[in-house]
Design a binder for this molecule. Structure first.
Ligand SMILES: Cc1cc2nc3c(=O)[nH]c(=O)nc-3n(C[C@H](O)[C@H](O)[C@H](O)COP(=O)(O)OP(=O)(O)OC[C@H]3O[C@@H](n4cnc5c(N)ncnc54)[C@H](O)[C@@H]3O)c2cc1C
Length: 319
């Protein structure tokens, strides 16, 4: 099946979630895949050859450096049509949550979001496994029609590294109508000096078990030693112990780091809904029956006030 993937780069380096998309695309295609990438001129695409990409449609237009969903959908629809793609796969994130349905509507395609794999052994045509209800259940969804759009959940598939293919690059200038550009981003103010939570590879997160904001140095010290972002549970931000942009969960930010350390967090389902894409979850809680231990890969039962200084010192010793 002819497969087109949308890959995101950050500072000239392909994002991990996009490597997963390329690798998954190769599995779905059963052969090589083509990729659409918006990145500055001169970006090196040769590393993509290890994940099955043999052609890149390269968009250099400045408005695609940090695109809105509407023009991105227009660009992907044009690339998909030109490439004759039957399957288009995007990494699942807030941009593609908005772009994928728009893309599907333009192509008259079915769209399946939050995909975590293909259903194996199904006799039905093209069934995907999806994570639904904030990760509490799986759905098996058949996507009918000649063209399908999928968004792939982060950390859901293993990356397969193959023989490095030569990657041909074709410059691609999407044709945008006035309707595609009704939204104009005038400026973006990034939080400086902090690791952004949605992109963080490591997160140290504190809950009500920390007792108060005066104890947060225990969290920030460990985070600094690990090069991690800091996060918190909802009550912590509701009580203004920490800023609201650190609140993780169903009603907060969804994180998908390689390592999530939950300290003094009970593990309510609304919190877990925001962390269950994490690769490894470590819980520190003095209550051995706390629900967080049900989702944790590693757990320490004990007092955070005793454990954190020792853990931070041990991490510093490793550095
Ligand atoms: C509609 C709705 C949406 C919600 N959305 C979210 C959300 O997005 N994110 C979210 O986080 N919550 C959300 N909540 C709230 C959620 O239900 C929980 O109330 C909340 O997650 C609990 O926060 P906590 O674990 O920090 O506090 P607690 O439940 O009070 O847990 C504190 C934990 O710390 C442990 N502890 C205490 N002292 C120590 C110590 N010295 N050392 C180690 N451990 C210690 C305790 O054993 C306990 O497990 C939502 C609730 C609702 C109803």
């Amino acid at each position: 099946m002819k497969t087109l993937v949308f890959l995101e780069f950050d500072n000239g380096v392909v994002k991990k979630s996009s490597i997963e998309v390329a690798s998954f695309g190769k599995t779905v295609a059963g052969t090589t895949v083509q990729a659409v990438v918006a990145a500055p001129a001169g970006t090196d695409f040769s590393p993509l050859g290890a994940y099955g990409v043999d052609k890149v449609w390269h968009i250099t237009a400045p408005e695609f450096a940090d695109p809105e969903a509407q023009p991105l959908a227009a660009a992907l629809a044009q690339a998909a049509t030109t490439a004759g793609a039957e399957i288009i796969i995007l990494p699942k994130n807030s941009l593609t949550d908005a772009a994928a349905p728009r893309l599907a509507a333009r192509l008259g395609a079915g769209v399946a979001t939050n995909v975590i794999g293909l259903q194996s052994g199904s006799s039905a045509d093209f069934v995907v496994k999806r994570s639904v209800f904030s990760g509490k259940a799986f759905a098996y969804t058949q996507v009918e029609g000649p063209v399908r759009v999928l968004t792939l959940k982060k950390n859901a598939v293993d990356v397969v590294v193959g023989t490095i293919l030569p990657v041909s690059v074709e410059s691609f200038a999407p044709l945008l109508t006035a309707a595609d550009t009704v939204l104009k981003r005038l400026s973006v103010e990034k939080t400086t000096g902090e690791i952004l939570l949605p992109d963080a590879e490591r997160v140290v997160s504190g809950g009500r078990g920390l007792k108060g904001p005066e104890n947060w140095a225990l969290i920030t010290d460990l985070a600094a030693a690990l090069g991690a972002a800091t996060a918190c549970s909802k009550p912590v931000s509701d009580m203004d112990w920490r800023p609201h942009h650190e609140h993780v969960g169903q009603t907060g930010i969804k994180v998908s780091p390689n390592l999530y350390i939950a300290v003094g967090i009970s593990g309510a389902i609304q919190h877990v809904a925001g962390i269950n894409s994490s690769k490894v979850i470590v819980a520190i809680n003095k209550d051995a029956d706390a629900p967080i231990f049900k989702v944790a890969d590693y757990g320490i039962v004990g007092d955070a006030f005793e454990i954190l200084p020792k853990l931070t010192a041990a991490v510093k010793n490793l550095n």
